[in-house]
Design a protein around this ligand. Structure first.
Ligand SMILES: CC(=O)SCCNC(=O)CCNC(=O)[C@H](O)C(C)(C)COP(=O)(O)OP(=O)(O)OC[C@H]1O[C@@H](n2cnc3c(N)ncnc32)[C@H](O)[C@@H]1OP(=O)(O)O
Length: 214
């Protein structure tokens, strides 16, 4: 099986490193920036733009999303959809230092990174990231393309909508529902539900901008 990482920035670097720890060789990177073609990331060559993989046998190729997200993950989701439409399959990635409980469901392309903990009964949606040392307790559902950033904590039975960012070091108490395309700021403590598209920050988390925290 050949493995290619999409993107050649910081998240791609972390993903390559995790894949190697898991015993997987990365054959190349693709990146939309023509200026990066011919360069290397951790010794892995940037082969070209999206067209670079066109002739790959889809059955013998896996791709890994190396595009990070510091807000709602619109670009990451768009790239995932475009590659799926071209017949590519995304590899699911679990860093060997992560703990994944019994019965956890990881959908296609989910990424569980170094030191993360995903407790029993959780589901991590397509292309979602559980980043470095994030902790997700029992029975949480993380939506497709959502990003649980480094050190964030979800207590039990939390729901996170698609493309939502739960920022670095944020804490979400048990049973909370956070909508799609939302943003929880770094360090926030979320004690009430958050609407689709809302941005919240602080302890307790309150809206920044015009959105409601219900
Ligand atoms: C491996 C990796 O690197 S993964 C990366 C993960 N990254 C993150 O988690 C970053 C999450 N982003 C944040 O927390 C950002 O600060 C954001 C998105 C919430 C705000 O960013 P911006 O849109 O640029 O807003 P801005 O910095 O102008 O702040 C707007 C207001 O919110 C406040 N604010 C911003 N961030 C926070 C925060 N984390 N906690 C509390 N208040 C905050 C600001 O003080 C400001 O308040 P004011 O209007 O009273 O002055």
């Amino acid at each position: 099986m050949q493995v290619f990482v999409i993107g050649a920035g910081g998240h791609a670097k972390v993903v390559i490193d995790a894949l190697r720890r898991a015993g997987t060789t990365v054959d190349g990177l693709v990146d939309a920036d023509p200026g990066r073609v011919g360069s290397t990331v951790l010794g892995v060559p940037v082969l070209g733009g999206d067209e670079a993989l066109e002739r790959c046998d889809r059955q013998r190729t896996r791709v890994v999303n190396g595009i990070g997200a510091v807000g709602p993950a619109d670009l990451r989701a768009k790239v995932f959809a475009a590659y799926r439409a071209r017949g590519f399959v995304f590899a699911t990635l679990v860093d060997p230092s992560a703990v994944v409980g019994g019965g956890v469901v990881l959908d296609e392309g989910a990424q569980i990174l170094a030191g993360a903990v995903v407790q029993t009964g959780c589901r991590v949606g397509c292309d979602a990231i559980v980043n470095t040392r994030a902790a997700i307790d029992h029975d949480c559902h993380v939506g497709a393309h959502a990003h649980i950033a480094p050190g964030a904590v979800l207590s039990g039975d939390v729901r996170i909508g698609e493309r939502t960012l739960v920022g670095t070091g944020a804490t979400v108490i048990q049973g909370i529902r956070i909508g799609s395309g939302a943003l929880v700021a770094a360090g926030a403590v979320v004690i009430c539900d958050v609407a689709d598209g809302a941005r919240v920050a602080g302890n307790p988390a309150r809206p920044i901008g015009d959105e409601d925290c219900r």
